[in-house]
Ligand binder design. Sequence first.
Ligand code: SF4
Length: 456
Amino acid sequence: MTLTEKILARASGKAQVQAGDNVWVSADILMTHDVCGPGTIGVFKREFGKIAKVWDRRKVVIIPDHYIFTNDALSNRNVDILREFAYEQELPYFYDVIDDPAGTWKFDATKGPVVRQHGSSYAGVCHAALPQKGHTRPGEVLFGTDSHTCMAGAFNQFATGIGNTDAGFVMGTGKLLLKVPETMHFRLEGKLQPGVMAKDIILHCIGEVGFDGATYRAMQFDGEGVRSLSMDDRMTIANMAIEAGGKNGIFEFDDQTRAFVDYRCNLNGTKSAYQPVERDRDEKFVHETVVDLSKLEPTVACHPDPGQRKLAREMTSTRLDRAYVGSCTGGKTSDFLEFARILRGKKVVIDTFGVPATPEIVHDLQTARWEGKTVWDILVEAGVRMTENAGCSACLGGPVDTFGRMNAPLKCISATNRNFPGRMGHKESMVFLASPATVAASALTGHITDPRDYIQ
Ligand code: SF4
């Protein structure tokens, strides 16, 4: 069996499963957020009754993160609906925007979008927050009401996005009927060259198979090339499995996985026992791609979908209006460090926005110092508009007052993960997906630029 099949066999109580089998799978974690949480709760209450209790209150994780720092009253109200539900159900893992359990959330536009407005338990973008808060464990099944839930496959788990109706059912029963996906195999060899990042690996892979080439399939990433990839790198890659249509992305378990997960579970007091899955000799794959990491170059996914692959050096005639670093995919500490390495001591020439994925990442950037200056200050001095309000922000467009949202038909180079028309706001805007290094180099020139031009 493949890694995915092994997890689904265990989660369905079977010795063996194969692609195409329909199995009832037990969930280890159900995650929801402010966009889909209210709908999920509505389904749960309608189907299980107004006074029903969730199947396991320690397995339901609620993370408001999408439309938070906005004046939009309905978006603010969604956060309050989550809070009411979390207190009614006595959920221990609700990462509220405010500290007052009896309060209501209201974004204060007079303070502006840049200065921190959230309370102490706010966790930021759900997919980055889940591992930071100790909710991702090898060998487990994670369902989330968000398509990029697949990011947790970096931790050797089966993680996939589901709709509100399925999530309402999982909330009541802890189970879901799933068809076991076929597995596509991506064997990574060699090591990345300077200026090339994990984002380039996944843009390359999606370019190989197309934006629908992995539809309802598992994308398994393994091989000796994985060893040189950090957990942040693996998260970037697994995150974008859905951009090829994948059901999930999954990595092998190794010492790095163990160190990360053990540290995070202990730090947060979450469940620390888990059972990883290892590769079998009899794995059956429906596709094989071998990627020599040492041959990859900075890559861009052009408008209008993540499969439109080109090399950054072939795109220099594309002029840009905006640059954006942020999101679950591209707003991690390591992403901002690469971004800052290129921008350090220079000035951007186009509007450039930086939105860390979580408050912990904001803290990292405000405390990490290079020659006496914080990375945060280095970015601000380079002209980047950095916000302390970690979250999804303009990755998904959002209400018109969302920080970084494209409210005009602009061209943006972005470290985010999706570029279908209208994704970051205006329906005639264009988004070019790239690594934080490529975004940085492009912000310095105003056109798509190979970051290796800025690496000594
Ligand atoms: S940062 Fe973007 S891709 Fe990630 S969860 Fe938020 S909206 Fe989705």
